[in-house]
Design a binder for this molecule. Structure first.
Ligand code: SAH
Length: 195
């Protein structure tokens, strides 16, 4: 089997694992009351962009072969790096879901009896789930042997992250005041000690 084919299989298996990890939380979230939602139409567009970059564009390429001019061959080093980054991403994704628990929502929301989470992976950084999305997009860039499919996830996550992050931190600061401000002073966003 070529490294390129292995890369595609690893990407697909990781995607299935991602859905299996999220499914129980998405089910529970439907039953958790929301007291405030912020920027709903903007959030809808951002989630659509993330879905397009991480699923739709790669699937179009996989199914149709277009744009074949941007295909290249992977080597096994890229596949191994991609698989390791993917594993780290899925671990962080699962841990942040566990630590965030019922405060989780796909868009920006304050839940009924919402509390600030500062433990677990949230001790290291404020946005471990978004860090896991960045790692996922990086893994995709290593694993798919086509420039458009490889880069689409990174572009989509960059748009999602940089458009959403200030709104999310403002919403949490308005809801939790000094508690969240203190947490912001103690932690960085996605890279411990750096950013
Ligand atoms: N940005 C976080 C959470 C993503 S889920 C991360 O990347 O891990 C988005 C929801 O999480 C938002 O609606 C917000 O209400 C909630 N949230 C984000 N950080 C939180 C925290 N430290 N404690 C409690 N809820 C938080």
């Amino acid at each position: 089997m070529t490294a390129s084919l292995v890369g595609i299989y690893v990407w697909a298996i990781g995607m299935i694992a991602w859905f299996i990890i999220r499914y129980p939380y998405a089910r529970k979230a439907r039953r958790t009351a929301t007291v405030k939602a912020v920027g709903l139409s903007r959030e809808r567009v951002l989630l659509a962009i993330a879905t397009i970059g991480l699923f739709v564009v790669p699937l179009i390429w996989l199914v149709s072969g277009w744009p074949a001019a941007l295909n290249y061959q992977l080597n096994y080093a890229a596949v191994v790096v991609g698989a390791l980054v993917y594993l780290l991403s899925l671990w962080l994704f699962r841990r942040s879901h566990k630590d965030l628990g019922r405060q989780w929502s796909a868009s920006l929301e304050i839940r009924d009896s919402h509390r600030i989470v500062r433990g677990g992976v949230y001790r290291l950084i404020r946005h471990p789930m978004y860090a896991s999305f960045w790692l996922w997009a990086l893994a995709q860039a290593c694993l798919l042997p086509n420039a458009m499919a490889a880069m689409a996830g990174l572009v989509a996550i960059a748009i999602l992250f940089f458009t959403r992050i200030d709104h999310e931190e403002r919403m949490l600061t308005e809801a939790f005041g000094d508690d969240y401000r203190a947490y912001m002073r103690e932690t960085k966003r996605i890279i411990p000690g750096i950013y």
